[in-house]
Write a protein that binds this ligand. Structure first.
Ligand code: F6P
Length: 322
């Protein structure tokens, strides 16, 4: 195997560039010719390839986003779309593909691999909802961005004796909200995995007020039924909670930061592992972090499992915030 391609797909995640850099530099020094694909699976279907050498990835390890661009492609979900992608790869003499991305992207990679084209995956999504890795590239940076926002919001919340609802990303997974909530000292954490009523949340706010605290912080995951907008609407009609309420939806700010040292290292380590996997003739697996080591999990296992969340810490959130 000589010529390989790399693409980034789905939501960008800080540390993707570190992975691209490692793939290009370690790949080149391992005897591969590395081809970049622009804009994820859309670019693969359009045949948007460009050669990447060591100098093309200079000065990117510290940048968020992805120098290759990314997309969410509906066409790639069809067999015809994936066949077009394979035809483009084969006619460019590319023999394997590395897909840097999250859940949807790795499902697409699995389907491509099942159609006979060798693919390996690099676990990357701020949501941390990908089975086969303890932590994905981008999670640590996103978490730190959320925490910085929470710390700032707490300052103004205390000054004005308010309750603040802060909504994190995470799609249908509560990892970002739960971890940021605990690390940020939130009084209440609302995640999709655990049903909670607005009455329960109101009770936490009232109790926090009557304990004499200067603020109450409620961190909610975007995927929870009682997300920020719904809670805001609900509490507008029920204003007697002690604290008045303000709402912040953090949104894409969470994806835009310069990668932390952890994400630069994780991107680099998984990128190197992807090259080693292909160099030893293996494919059809996702590379991720397992108990501190980089390990490969077969795609069939990845796509047939849902990543679960350790909820034991959630029970302590209220007690920790007393
Ligand atoms: O998967 C990453 C993620 O940021 C999710 O947390 C969020 O729900 C989604 O992508 C947003 O997607 P887009 O950038 O396409 O609006």
């Amino acid at each position: 195997m000589k010529k390989i391609a790399v693409l980034t797909s789905g939501g960008d995640a800080p540390g993707m560039n570190a992975a691209i850099r490692a793939i290009v530099r370690y790949g080149t020094s391992s005897g591969f010719e590395v081809i970049g694909t622009n804009n994820g699976y859309s670019g693969l279907i359009a045949g948007e390839f460009r050669p990447l050498g060591p100098r093309d990835v200079s000065g990117i390890i510290q940048s968020g986003g992805t120098i290759l661009g990314s997309s969410r492609s509906k066409e790639f979900e069809t067999v015809a779309g994936r066949q077009k992608a394979i035809n483009n790869l084969v006619s460019s003499d590319i023999e394997a593909l590395i897909v840097i991305g999250g859940n949807g992207s790795q499902t697409g990679a699995h389907l491509l691999n099942q159609m006979g084209f060798p693919v390996v995956g690099v676990a990357s999504t701020i949501d941390n909802d990908l089975y086969g890795t303890d932590q994905s590239i981008g999670v640590d940076t996103a978490l730190n961005i959320v925490l910085e926002a929470i710390d700032r919001i707490k300052v103004t919340a205390s000054s004005h004796h308010r309750a603040h609802i802060v909504e994190t990303m995470g799609r249908n997974h509560g990892y970002l909200a739960l971890t940021a909530g605990i690390a940020g000292g939130a009084e209440c954490v609302v995640i999709p995995e655990v049903e909670v009523s607005p009455e329960q949340i109101a009770r936490v706010i009232e109790e926090t007020y009557s304990r004499g605290k200067s603020h109450c912080l409620i961190v909610v995951a975007e995927g929870a039924y009682w997300n920020a907008m719904r809670l805001q609407e609900h509490f507008k009609e029920n204003p007697s909670l002690g604290f008045s309420i303000r709402t912040t939806i953090l949104g894409h700010v969470q994806r835009g930061g310069a990668p932390t040292a952890f994400d630069r290292m994780l991107g680099t380590r998984i990128g190197i592992a992807a090259i080693r996997e292909l160099a030893s003739g293996r494919s059809g697996s996702l590379l991720g972090l397992a108990c501190g080591e980089i390990e490969a999990t077969p795609y069939a296992e990845v796509v047939s499992h849902k990543k679960t969340l350790d909820l034991s810490i959630l029970e302590t959130a209220e007690k920790l915030a007393r």
